[in-house]
Ligand binder design. Sequence first.
Ligand code: IMP
Ligand code: MG
Length: 184
Amino acid sequence: MKAYEKYLKEVLIDEAALQQRVRELGHQITQDYADCGDLLLVCILKGGIMFLVDLARHIDVPHEMDFLAVSSYGRGARSSTGSVRIDMDLSVQVEGRHLLIVEDIIDSGQTLRFVMDVLEARKPASLKLCTLLNKPQRRTVDIPIDYIGFDIEDKFVFGYGLDLDEKFRNLPFIAVVKPEMVYG
Ligand code: IMP
Ligand code: MG
């Protein structure tokens, strides 16, 4: 038995479905940014890393990548407190550039609201958001999302960048955790 299996209720999105959707998003982004000239993918760590790596392979316009690590105070897997902090900032200036945020999941929206406010203040030429997963039922703050991989129900998921107490980000699929196993 694999270590993750004791937490696994079901596989929600299997590897083939994930890869298919990531490919579609990459093609869409390629079309939308065809004439942009200066695209910077801003990956939100740690959760966005798997998605970024696969997505970028399907973005056929020259682009750069950079990384922003954020965390919520008062961590508990299930809830964002609303106070978010930057653990590692971008390594480049973004003023006048076209930014596309690459994130794993939008839940309450608090994390991304904070990130977008921080980036907007740096005066990019444009700022868009691409999230693999979206949990619309849990939203507490309004977030405009430009690209969504999958809308999902209000269930705690892990795998493909998303962690269960920092583990199992490496799984190639999105899994639903057994309710009794949710931390926090
Ligand atoms: P938000 O600020 O409530 O939108 O929360 C966003 C962050 O909470 C995400 O970037 C994840 O790190 C975490 N998160 C929210 N839902 C899940 C989930 O179902 N599984 C794993 N992490 C989650
Ligand atoms: Mg995250």
